[in-house]
Design a protein around this ligand. Structure first.
Ligand SMILES: [Zn+2]
Length: 372
């Protein structure tokens, strides 16, 4: 995340703090310290703010405990937790991949709120049974309340909140389609976002002032749920195709015995794309690659006499995809290896190229054919 500082590891998980968090820490220290100073004048001036700082830090420890709850369940399912970060709106445990089953997703989602509820019950019992100084009791009660609020807020059933992930798991279980679950729970999340924005502006009509935080949280829900819905819609579309559906239109495969003259006439002249062409042998196997640039040092008069195989370069592709491979997997490979194109093979024989642009074209055509 932008503006985040790595502060170490938590149980082997990289731990980041966003700069916005320090603003919240300062505001909380001041506001809680101030209210303690007013409530317990016998404490003097310095001590309430020290307690305020401790309270703010414990509050974020509660957020961390919540995120660790998600993380431990994910790790138990064999999912790598990339990072845990604290930012303006709380915390985020960033997972390497999604759960493989609806049940797995459900347990990861509910683990955080369960930790918060557990802390709420524990702190409430502690606050009511211990006989300690009143300011400390007040601090424990505040923390109990914060943990309850964390659990309740996060259980709102719209993405990106935990409750949204629970809803997603439920729809996923019912429909058998993970993406439908995400889209549905995101739409609900967008609904809650609009509701929060509306509620934030509502006091304006009663002569009051707007509730800035409610609007900000609403906007946060709205924009994040929108991104999730869009991404899931795209991945749902991709999951309906295989690699061969998105092959590049023009034939980018050149037989190795072709003369350079024919190669230039048939493949280069009049074509706008300046791409690499794949060279195959008689069996259709990939043996090399060639581009227009490879011909620059060869006099035009020699072109009819030289075959493609004499000037082709070794193939740089270490990865090929199978024609039957789901398009969603292909996109994942392209993203992970930061590639723009990949050769597609069927039974060891090259059938063409797939590239980011050809995938985009396929989806656009599909959208035009079936407008949503
Ligand atoms: Zn959570």
């Amino acid at each position: 995340m932008n503006g985040s500082i790595r502060v170490g590891n938590l149980f082997g998980i990289p731990f980041y703090i966003n700069v916005s968090w320090f603003i919240v820490l300062a505001l909380m220290t001041l506001s809680y310290g101030g209210s303690l100073a007013a409530q317990f004048p016998q404490l003097g001036l310095g001590l309430p703010f020290l307690l305020g700082l401790i309270a703010a830090l414990l509050l974020f420890a509660s957020v961390l405990a919540h995120e660790l709850g998600h993380s431990f369940v994910a790790i138990k399912q064999g999912i790598n937790v990339k990072s845990i970060s604290l930012f303006l709106f709380g915390g985020l445990a960033s997972l390497d991949q999604e759960a493989k089953t609806p049940a797995g997703a459900f347990w990861i989602a509910i683990a955080g709120p369960l930790v918060s509820l557990f802390l709420f019950v524990g702190l409430t019992l502690m606050g009511s049974s211990l006989t300690i100084a009143a300011p400390l009791t007040a601090l424990i009660n505040l923390l109990a309340y914060v943990n309850l609020a964390l659990a309740v807020f996060n259980l709102i059933p719209g993405l990106p909140l935990d409750g949204g992930n629970i809803l997603k798991a439920l729809i996923w279980k019912i429909t058998g389609n993970q993406f439908k679950g995400i889209v549905f729970a995101s739409r609900v999340g967008q609904g809650f976002g609009w509701l929060a924005i509306l509620l934030g502006f509502l006091p304006l009509f009663a002569g009051g002032s707007i509730n800035f935080w409610t609007i900000l949280i609403g906007w946060f829900l709205l924009s994040n749920a929108g991104i999730l819905a869009k991404d899931a819609t795209l991945r749902n579309q991709l999951s309906q195709f295989t690699a061969e559906d998105a092959l590049v239109d023009e034939n980018p495969i050149v037989p190795q015995t072709l003369s350079l003259r024919t190669f230039v006439n048939d493949y280069i002249i009049g074509k706008t794309a300046t791409r690499q062409f794949l060279v195959t042998n008689e069996a259709g196997e990939l043996v090399g690659q060639i581009s227009g640039d490879d011909l620059k040092t060869i006099p035009t008069s020699q072109w009819p006499l030289i075959q493609v195989q004499e000037v082709m370069q070794p193939v740089e592709f270490s990865t090929t995809v199978d024609a039957q491979q789901p398009l969603l997997d292909v996109v994942t490979v392209l993203e992970q290896q930061q590639l723009n194109e990949l050769p597609v093979v069927r039974n060891g024989v090259l059938v063409g190229f797939i590239e980011k642009a050809s995938i985009r074209r396929l989806l656009e055509q599909r959208l035009q054919a079936n407008p949503a």
